[in-house]
Ligand binder design. Structure first.
Ligand code: FAD
Length: 272
């Protein structure tokens, strides 16, 4: 895929987006927790912060990642949604490439459904290996995204062992290195990009371990959706159509509805 690729430094790429947004007048409040969604006259009125202060706003968008269900509960919209989100623990392994293999320069992104893993080259001549959530593996659901076990489990060992069935001389290291974090997983592993039953409250949630590089398109799409709804159109009955300028086709945003039936065509995995 000549026009594809991967982002090996998500922190830097996110920082770049932040700087671009600031240049357009966006303000950021770091280390600031939203503890309530304000309501007035039957619609969103803003947010309440942990220090007791309030920010008034006619529109609030839930982009809380693995905490999305918490924010939806604060808004009082979760109960009525057909598709819900919840956090799932994920482990990503970084393991050294076998000696003599320059995987950092010569390697590929691999998706290998038969062993239930994906991998790509990582800096330091490493393999980065993640799970494609094969049915035989346990799902590591997490109740409290602020308090869960950050240690690696058998998921790590199993993924590396499976990759080693494909790559001669790849070994399971004694000391585990990589990432433990949470997916914001939806019931059918497809995101929810939608309005809610509370006017003025929107959500871009349930990214289910993918969607990182879709973010710029999703931002544009959400802006269009919000504009559409705030002008009084009924997105539930007559869904917003978003024009994809590069592929030159309309996307029916109703596909991502919170009230869709579970999409049985989904892979029910990070593949989406
Ligand atoms: C291990 C792992 C591997 C992944 N690999 C890939 C990949 O290869 N490709 C890909 O495309 N995607 C990948 N993803 C998914 C990708 O990271 C997410 O889709 C993306 O980060 C979602 O962005 P977001 O801004 O919606 O949410 P997040 O990045 O989760 O950000 C949510 C933010 O909201 C904040 N927040 C939560 N609650 C509150 C509150 N009450 N008050 C204030 N702030 C709050 C959080 O602190 C956080 O900063 C991966 C995810 C994981 C966990």
């Amino acid at each position: 895929m000549p026009e594809s690729g991967y982002i090996s430094d998500p922190k830097l790429s996110t920082h770049n987006v932040m700087v671009a947004a600031q240049a357009k007048g966006t303000d950021f409040l770091f280390k600031t927790e939203v503890i309530d969604i304000l309501k007035k006259d039957g619609r969103t009125a803003g947010v309440k912060l942990a220090d007791g202060s309030e920010i008034a706003a006619p529109v609030v968008v839930n982009v809380a990642g693995p905490h999305s269900f918490v924010i939806n509960r604060l808004a009082g919209v979760e109960e009525s949604m057909n598709i819900k989100t919840r956090p799932m623990k994920q482990e990503v392994a970084h393991v050294p490439a076998p000696e003599g293999l320059d995987w950092e320069h010569d390697g590929y992104m691999l998706s290998d459904g038969d062993i239930g893993t994906y991998s790509r080259p990582e800096v330091g001549n490493h393999f980065l290996i993640g799970s494609e959530a094969p049915e035989c593996d346990p799902r590591l659901w997490v109740d409290d995204p602020d308090n869960y076990d950050l240690n690696f489990t058998d998921q790590y060992k199993c993924m590396v062992m499976r990759e080693a069935m494909r790559v001669s001389d790849l070994t399971v290291p004694n000391q585990y290195q990589g990432v433990v974090d949470l997916y914001d997983c939806s019931d059918d592993w497809i995101p929810i990009y939608d309005k809610s039953d509370l006017p003025g409250f929107y959500m871009a949630v349930g990214t289910s371990g993918n969607q990182y590089k879709n973010a710029p398109v999703v931002g544009d799409m959400m802006a269009g959706l919000i504009d559409f709804c705030e002008k009084g159109r009924d997105h539930d009955k007559d869904p917003f159509q978003f024009y994809l300028k590069y592929t030159r086709r309309n996307l029916n945003v109703g596909f991502y509805s919170r009230n869709r039936k579970i999409n049985t065509d989904s892979s029910f995995s990070v593949i989406g």
